[in-house]
Ligand binder design. Structure first.
Ligand code: 5AD
Ligand code: SF4
Length: 433
């Protein structure tokens, strides 16, 4: 009988891809199969996130629950970003944990499961050319890592400490992986990196200079590949050449994630983001001029140390000007080993909560306004998910989630859909015959 594996994945798309890599390695090398209920598993993994404090607290209560109800003899391992940053302290606090595997050490999963109380968290470990076994949770869309780590030094962010220095994966490996996915039926690739448009700055060995724009050009030559998405680009690296390629290459999906973080140039400076409010608005203007149909999403942090009412007003001002199609908003959370944790000009927690609420209600208004433009319009949708309620859903080229009544046979196909009803996060429509 095969051994059973349960993995819970927290955090971002990079973590989801790391989870796929671990499943692949454990299936092929160790004969594991995945189960949905941790109480049946022989091996329980939590792939953690440490970007904010709350998920870290949650980890220990969750570990306790897993330990209490797990099958006799089952092992528990902690992987991912919190594994990188807490290391052996995890085993000190939760001694029943068998091993700790950092976000930069995914390739060691098949070895570490045989060790007891092992901790592998070397953030300088180079996995950029490791040939992971193949496993994909979706047959329609392939997530592909294009770089590891992050070379920026945003003062709020723990990621450079959990995922290490930025190294790009050689483009020929990325192209071969995309080709394999297309050969297996995927029509879309989703390129992943902490800072994708900084691609090509450093490879682990000698390598031809290939920047992100050139990588996109090369990938788009793959026959049968219809859509290319990527996340996350950095506003600082959005040069004209990149925006023009994005706008005019028909295979690149017209949705751009532009993490603003703050609309105040002063706060941006304290965050060491490398751009100003004016630069950000200028890049949006360039993008909209080249590609009016593009949707734009963003990340915003409120109540960063020193953020005054006036600074916050600049963030709202950018929101009103850009009218983002989606916002991921967070209250600042001080993180260990970051520069900003030492800043003493903290913003009162209550003020932070009020700002978050104000921002979110402004965004709700903007979304309702944006959605009205979509009524009656036709979008080309790539269907990927079968919903329980007799609907199938997918995304338009510009990343709007759209559902229609229908069944399995629509999955993996492109269809024209006319919008008949609006919602903030999902639109409903009917197939255009
Ligand atoms: N506090 C709050 N939000 C944070 N993010 C990153 N670090 C922090 C922090 N210390 C947010 C940023 C980033 C997103 C992934 O998480 O907005 O873009
Ligand atoms: Fe979380 Fe950042 Fe790590 Fe992704 S890279 S799992 S968002 S800490």
């Amino acid at each position: 009988m095969s051994k059973k594996l349960f993995i819970e994945t927290l955090g971002c798309a990079m973590n989801s891809r790391d989870t796929e890599h671990m499943i692949a390695e454990l299936r092929e090398k160790e004969g594991y199969e995945s189960v949905e209920d941790y109480r049946e598993a022989d091996l329980i993994l939590i792939n953690t996130c440490s970007v904010r404090e709350r998920p870290v607290h949650k980890l220990f209560s969750e570990l306790g629950t897993f330990n209490k109800n797990k099958k006799e003899g089952a092992k528990i391992g902690v992987c991912g970003c919190t594994a990188s940053h807490l290391g052996k302290d995890i085993i000190k606090r939760a001694p029943y944990v068998s091993f700790v595997l950092g976000a930069r050490n995914v390739s060691k999963i098949a070895e570490i499961i045989h060790k007891d109380k092992a901790v592998e968290i070397d953030i300088n470990y180079d996995e950029s050319e490791f040939a992971f076994k193949d496993f994909r949770s979706s047959p329609y869309k392939a997530y592909i890592n294009i770089s590891m780590g992050c070379d920026k030094s945003c003062t709020f962010c723990i990621v450079p400490k959990t995922r290490g220095e930025e190294i790009s994966i050689p483009d020929e490996l990325i192209i071969a992986e995309a080709q394999r996915a297309v050969d297996n039926g995927a029509k879309e690739v989703f390129l992943l990196g902490q800072n994708v448009n900084n691609y090509g700055r450093r490879f682990s060995g000698e390598h031809e200079k290939v920047n992100f724009t050139e990588l996109l050009r090369r990938l788009s030559k793959i026959e049968g590949l219809e859509r290319i998405r990527f996340t996350s680009p950095h506003p600082f690296h959005m040069d004209d050449e990149f925006i023009e390629e994005f706008a005019h290459n028909p295979k690149i999906c017209k949705s751009m994630h532009m993490p603003l973080q703050s609309g105040s140039s002063k706060v941006l400076k304290d965050m060491k983001r490398g751009y100003t409010k004016e630069w950000f608005l200028n890049r949006v203007e360039k993008l909209r001029a080249e590609c009016p149909e593009a949707t734009i999403s963003t990340d915003i942090i409120v109540a960063f140390p020193g953020e005054s009412d006036e600074d916050f007003e600049h963030t709202l001002d950018v929101m009103r000007k850009v009218k983002f199609d989606q916002i991921f908003s967070f209250k600042y959370s001080p993180r260990p080993e970051t520069e900003a944790q030492h800043y003493t000009n903290v913003v009162d927690d209550e003020v932070g909560s009020q700002r978050l609420q104000q921002l979110q209600s402004l965004q709700a208004e903007i979304l309702d306004e944006n959605a009205k433009r979509h009524m009656g319009k036709t979008f080309r949708v790539y269907f990927e998910d079968l919903n329980a309620d007799g609907y199938v859903s997918g995304r338009s080229d510009n990343n709007i989630v759209i559902k229609v009544k229908g069944s399995e046979e629509l999955l993996g196909t492109f269809q024209d859909v006319r919008i008949t009803s609006l919602g903030r996060t999902i639109l409903t429509g009917e197939l255009v015959a």
